[in-house]
Design a protein around this ligand. Structure first.
Ligand SMILES: Cc1cc2nc3c(=O)[nH]c(=O)nc-3n(C[C@H](O)[C@H](O)[C@H](O)COP(=O)(O)O)c2cc1C
Length: 301
C-alpha cells in the first residue's frame, strides 16, 4: 500500500483542529458522505473482534428533537443532519450463540461490559474522525444513557442492548472558540510515569482552566441555590467546617473556579451517583451487566 504522505499530513493537521460542533447549518449531509463515515466506522478495531455494537442512524428532525429531549434536554441534537445512536449490543451475539450451540453470558460480565464500551468508543471515534475529515462537525452526547428505557422503546431496541452514546452530525453553522486542552507533555509520558509534585500538577490544570470562573448570581434566590448545590458537592468530600470555609472564600471572591464548577456543580458527585443508580436499573431492565449482581445482591471477586 502506498501512502501519500502529503495527504496524510494534511489529514492529521485537520485532526489537530478538531473540536465539538453544536451549532449546525440546515445543509443536509449527502447520503454518499454519510455512507463513507459509516464505512470508516465499520472498520474500527474491536476486542476479540466480537463487535458487540449496533448503531441507529436517525435522520428525521422531529424524532431528532425528541431524542434531544431524552438526552437531558439538549435541543441542538434536533438540528443535526444525522444522529448516530451507539448501542452496546449483546443481543445479536446472544441469538447467534444460542442458534449455533455456543455458551453465552457476555451480557452480564464486567469484563465484556468494559471491552464492549471500549468497542463503542472505537467505532464512534472512527465515525467522528471520518466526518471531520469530510468537513462535517459533530458532538458526542453522553446523556443518552440517562433515558435508556425511553430510547430503547422509541427505537425498538431489544433486550441485551442499550444506548450508550449519541454522535450528532452536521455542517457547522459557525466555528466556536476552541476549548483549551491539556498540553501534550502533560498527557504523554515517555517511558514511565514522572514524579510530579502536587504543585506541578496544579500548574498543569491552572494553565488549562486559567481565567475560567463561574460568578455567583446577583439575584438572592439564584445565589442561594448555587451555594446550596456547591455545598452538597463539597460535603461529599470535606468536613462541614471545611465546606463552609471553602464557600465563604468563594463568596468573598464572588465566583467559583472551573474545577469547583466541574465537580461541585456540573459533574455533581451526589447527583451523578443518583443518576448512576437510575442508569444501572435501566440497564438491568435490558438484561445487561450488572444484572446478575443486582439479582443476586453480591459481587464475586
Ligand atoms: C463521552 C462524551 C460525552 C459527551 N457528552 C456531551 C453532551 O452530552 N453534551 C455536549 O454538549 N457535549 C458533550 N460532549 C462533548 C464535550 O463537552 C467536549 O468534547 C469537551 O467540552 C471538549 O471540547 P472539544 O470537543 O471542542 O474539544 C461529550 C464528549 C464525550 C467524549
Amino acid at each position: 500500500m502506498t501512502i501519500d504522505r502529503e495527504t496524510a499530513l494534511k489529514a492529521i493537521e485537520r485532526m489537530c483542529d478538531r473540536q465539538s460542533i453544536r451549532n449546525f447549518s440546515d445543509r443536509p449531509i449527502p447520503d454518499e458522505d454519510l455512507q463513507k463515515v459509516l464505512d470508516a466506522a465499520t472498520a474500527a478495531a474491536s476486542a476479540g473482534n466480537l463487535q458487540p455494537v449496533s448503531v441507529i442512524v436517525e435522520r428525521d428532525h422531529e424524532r431528532g428533537k425528541r431524542l434531544g429531549e431524552l438526552c437531558t434536554k439538549q435541543p441542538f441534537i434536533g438540528k443535526a443532519s444525522a444522529n448516530l445512536i451507539f448501542l452496546l449490543d449483546w443481543h445479536k451475539l446472544s441469538v447467534y450463540a444460542a442458534c449455533r450451540n455456543a455458551p453465552f453470558n457476555c451480557n452480564d460480565s464486567w469484563m465484556h461490559f468494559v471491552t464492549g464500551m471500549e468497542d463503542v468508543m472505537c467505532i464512534a471515534q472512527a465515525a467522528e474522525t471520518a466526518a471531520w475529515l469530510l468537513g462535517i462537525g459533530s458532538c458526542y452526547i453522553g446523556t443518552a444513557m440517562h433515558s435508556g428505557s425511553e430510547i430503547a422503546e422509541m427505537y425498538n431496541i431489544p433486550q441485551r442492548a442499550y444506548p450508550m452514546l449519541v454522535l450528532a452530525l452536521g455542517y457547522p453553522a459557525d466555528i466556536p472558540a476552541k476549548r483549551r486542552k491539556l498540553e501534550k507533555e502533560s498527557i504523554f509520558f515517555e517511558g514511565s510515569y514522572p514524579d510530579l509534585s502536587d504543585e506541578q500538577i496544579c500548574e498543569i490544570y491552572d494553565r488549562k482552566y486559567e481565567g475560567i470562573t463561574l460568578s455567583f448570581p446577583k439575584q438572592e434566590e439564584a445565589r442561594l441555590a448555587m451555594v446550596e448545590k456547591f455545598r452538597r458537592g463539597l460535603l461529599t468530600t470535606y468536613s462541614p467546617e471545611k465546606t463552609e470555609e471553602i464557600i465563604k472564600e468563594a463568596l468573598e471572591r464572588g465566583y467559583i473556579t472551573e474545577i469547583q464548577r466541574r465537580f461541585g456543580i456540573h459533574y455533581h458527585a451526589v447527583d451523578n451517583y443518583n443518576m448512576g443508580g437510575h442508569i444501572l436499573e435501566m440497564m438491568h431492565k435490558q438484561d445487561l451487566y450488572p444484572s446478575k449482581i443486582l439479582r443476586e445482591g453480591k459481587i464475586e471477586l
